[in-house]
Design a protein around this ligand. Structure first.
Ligand code: PAF
Length: 323
């Protein structure tokens, strides 16, 4: 591996660039942090606590990024801090898991006055919880199809080129001026006026694929042989999306799921990987959210409900949280 340290010292004539804080230094958080730093932005990582900060420093005090199809890696010596640092935050990329997000934001509350926050969580439910927790902060929601995985702590492989849809359900027609920073940092993105529709569609795809890969203990591609199991789930999800006010996101779910299974046939789903590594899953924000919404809307969706119950039983049997 060839490693090169990042040198980012803007010349005097350049206007000062805004500082980006990144909370949650897993695969997606690292991907955002390193690309912003590469473009010359000041990036500060917010690590959970002093122990994690020491681990980062002991590992060299940098994030290592490997780009697709490249044998070489680049190291980014990024500043890191714990949540109790007192400086204010302008822009915050929140890339922790859906079940962690509100508790991770709590210690930052006093630093977030006037900040803008990007929420990269999977599923639905956690974004609404954050927006209630931060009623005076602009929250941008992100639906991402970028693929990345962590090889080791603080080392990430950018595995698949994808897209990030960003939007603000409260101000859908007001994209922030800093989208140009993302373009400059080669972070693919599209402003989505209908970000909730995007998030619902991704939730539906995750609900159709991920739980079955856990129950059948298989790679995504194996589900191509089990279409009779996920097809009725897709039909119910389409019903749910339409009733939840997103009929435009309900179309043609079956062919899209089929196409994703083909394109990712060698992969293990994110939920499968969580279970395999005995980590909590995001079930509450995927199937749990879908079933709660179905109930709220008075919909009978028996396949979806059965799948949720089976997954809960499986997770409980494995000693993992199931709601
Ligand atoms: O969660 C995942 O694993 C992915 O989003 C996808 C595409 C559903 C399957 O690998």
């Amino acid at each position: 591996l060839v490693t090169q340290p990042l040198i980012s010292s803007p010349t005097i004539s350049e206007p000062a660039k805004a500082c980006w804080h990144v909370l949650g230094v897993g695969s997606l958080g690292s991907l955002w942090a390193t690309r912003l730093a590469q473009a010359g932005h000041e990036v500060r990582l917010i690590l959970r606590d002093a122990e994690r900060l020491s681990a980062y420093q002991a590992a060299g005090g940098y994030l290592r990024l490997q780009q697709p199809q490249q044998q070489s890696c680049t190291d980014y010596a990024l500043a890191a801090e714990t949540p109790d640092t007192i400086t204010s935050i302008q822009r915050l990329v929140v890339a922790c898991k859906a079940y962690d997000v509100v508790s991770a934001l709590k210690p930052l509350l006093s630093r977030l006055q006037g900040a803008e926050v990007l929420l990269l969580q999977n599923g639905l439910g956690s974004q609404q919880a954050v927006m209630e927790f931060l009623p005076h902060t602009r929250c941008l929601l992100v639906s991402s199809t970028e693929g990345a995985y962590r090889q080791q702590p603080f080392q990430v492989v950018h595995a698949g080129v994808g897209q990030n849809w960003l939007g603000d359900p409260l101000r859908p027609q007001q994209p922030p001026e800093w989208l140009k920073d993302l373009a400059q940092a080669n972070i693919p993105h599209v402003w989505a006026e209908n970000i909730m529709g995007r998030l619902w569609r991704k939730l539906a795809i995750n609900c159709a694929i991920n739980p079955l890969t856990v129950l059948l203990r298989c790679r995504n591609g194996v589900l191509l042989e089990h279409q009779s199991q996920w097809e009725p789930i897709c039909l119910e999800l389409q019903q749910l999306l339409s009733s939840a006010g997103h009929p435009e996101s309900a179309h043609d779910l079956i062919p899209e799921v089929q196409q994703i299974l083909q394109a990712t046939q060698a992969n293990y789903s994110s939920m499968y990987q969580d279970v395999k590594q005995a980590r909590p899953t995001e079930i509450t924000y995927l199937l749990g959210y879908a079933c709660t919404e179905a109930q709220r809307l008075g919909l009978e969706l028996p396949h979806l409900q059965r799948l949720h119950q089976q997954l809960q039983q499986e997770l409980s049997a494995l000693g993992l949280p199931s709601h």
